[in-house]
Design a protein around this ligand. Structure first.
Ligand code: FDA
Length: 311
């Protein structure tokens, strides 16, 4: 299947140190660097400018300071401090207070407790400023630890936090019931990672069918769910079911990635739906960028054209 093959290919080359060095050098260089379509910038000032432009279009935002799989306590500490600083800068900039992060960026690979402690620090610092913090979902190796840590902080009364579930995973209907039971917010995605057959649906039709089932359950029983997809079929299934089930447009939102289907973002907002744009930034953009290429091999043509133009 093309989808799985391209995910596998880009996942494999995303581990290439040489490619990473080259891409990092050229991808964001100048105004027209080839990664700029997906990455808003490398520093906070650039992402704040991008966020203001998105808000000016009548859309909501979430900012993602890119980084994942840090391998030392020092790196996890640095990422956490950077997030704390970003929170401060967002408050001062007066843009919407909503961030997305990954537990592997906060050190969960090094030690579970390190990841949990750093998440807690970010939630505690951001709660008084009414931030919402979304824990992105990484590969299936992280599903248990992510949901467990989420439940821990929720039990301790930190409520400015939500999670992500992937329709590709066979386990997601159970996870959805588990998260719905505490009344937390879920972002539903298809899933960006290459996963083995034992844990994940392999065919697009199965992933899509699961997405629709989970979306309907969220519209019935969820707490302000977010439907993160650019797929017009998924979007139309959500709209239809929300209409039939009488779910008002301010009880859920759509989410899309910076640089993808801007037209759809704008038209949904014009129809009165809430739309949030996920805006990634930072120097560690290479793995995120590779996942975007893997989702749509046609993007490679776009990147190569950009590189040729630059050279
Ligand atoms: P699908 O892949 O079927 O694409 C539908 C259409 O969307 C395509 O035909 C094309 O037009 C457009 N499109 C999709 N991807 C594109 C791309 N890269 N470039 C250009 N066009 C593209 N995943 C995850 O595992 N954990 C997470 O935490 C998140 N978080 C997240 C947040 C938000 C806001 C979004 C939108 C997505 C995620 N994802 C994610 C990624 C998600 O799992 C999925 O890989 C992508 O959204 C692509 O799937 P679609 O639902 O868009 O459908």
């Amino acid at each position: 299947m093309v989808g799985a093959a391209s995910k596998a290919f880009f996942q494999a080359i995303s581990r290439s140190a040489v490619l990473k060095r080259l891409a990092t050098r050229y991808g964001m260089a100048g105004e027209r660097g080839f990664a700029r379509r997906f990455i808003a910038g490398e520093d906070v000032e650039q992402v704040i400018t991008a966020a203001r432009a998105v808000e000016a279009r009548g859309l909501a935002i979430t900012l993602d300071y890119l980084g994942e799989s840090v391998s030392s306590i020092a790196e996890a500490e640095r990422a956490t401090r950077e997030y704390l600083d970003i929170i401060d800068r967002i408050v001062r900039a007066g843009i919407e207070r909503n961030v997305s992060l990954k537990l592997s960026q906060l050190g969960v690979d090094h030690a579970r407790e390190l990841g949990a402690r750093n998440l807690r620090r970010i939630l505690e610092a951001s709660a008084p400023h009414q931030f919402f913090v979304r824990i992105d979902m990484e590969s299936s190796a992280y599903t248990d630890v992510t949901l467990d840590i989420f439940e821990e902080v929720w039990r301790d009364g930190l409520r400015n936090v939500g999670v992500v579930l992937q329709s590709a995973l066979r386990r997601s209907p159970d996870d959805l019931r588990r998260v719905n039971a505490v009344g937390a917010r879920i972002r539903l995605v298809k899933g960006a990672y290459l996963e083995p057959r034992e844990v994940a649906w392999q065919r697009k039709t199965d992933v899509d069918a699961a997405y629709v089932q989970l979306a309907q359950a969220l519209l019935r029983e969820g707490t302000y769910p977010a439907f993160a997809t650019h797929d017009p079929d998924m979007i139309s299934a959500v709209k239809t079911y929300a209409g039939e089930y009488g779910v008002l447009r301010d009880r859920f939102e759509f989410q899309m990635l910076h640089g993808i289907r801007r037209d759809l973002q704008t038209s949904l907002a014009a129809e009165g739906y809430r739309v949030r744009v996920y805006i990634p930034f930072g120097r560690e953009w290479f793995p995120y960028f590779m996942r975007r290429l893997g989702e749509r091999p046609a993007n490679v043509g776009f990147v190569i054209r950009g590189m040729l133009r630059d050279w």
